[in-house]
Write a protein that binds this ligand. Sequence first.
Ligand code: C5P
Length: 204
Amino acid sequence: MRFTVAIDGPAAAGKGTIGRAVAERFGFAHLDTGLLYRAVGARMLAGERAEDAARDLRPEDLSDPDALRTPEVAQAASKVAVIPEVRAALLDFQRAFAHRVGGAVLDGRDIGTVICPRAEVKLFVTASAEVRAQRRMDEWKAKGLSADYDEVLADVKARDARDADRAAAPMVAADDALVLDTSNLGIDEAVAAAVAAVEAKRPL
Ligand code: C5P
């Protein structure tokens, strides 16, 4: 059975949490596509051309996801993500993952619009920039790290603007996506809405 769930939206809106929960519930494979751009961004920070890094991305580049989940790498990822050659180089891998037998959940920015325009289920998960910045703050705190709210908020807004305003595959909700605003929605309710959307489309 091939069945694709496309989840898009800005950083810290809850895409990853919802994606993992849906994948676990239905036994689908899950791909956080942001990690691919982060891995390319990290190699750019290490001095490589982004286009070359994207063309030659290796499994070991993704082997330490925590090392890629830093603010510096996030900003680098959103810079390399505006380059059409980088996006093109990562396309086939994402499409192959989406079409794997057994079902797949992909989360990112352009999954429902560009990577999998025919996905069976499309969700656009969003929340206000302030709520998302506070979530990032809480995550840092839980890891024992400190952060400045105004800086985190500015980072969130800068990345939103770069992702939404770029010419290549901008972040936008697909016309047929179900929009989930998690500003005032608990994670359990958001997951329940996502699960219901999959149930409604899943072959019996
Ligand atoms: O989702 P995450 O915050 O890890 O993504 C990092 C960056 O990678 C995003 O800000 C965005 O610029 C880019 N990205 C993208 N398309 C995707 C996933 C991520 O452009 N499908």
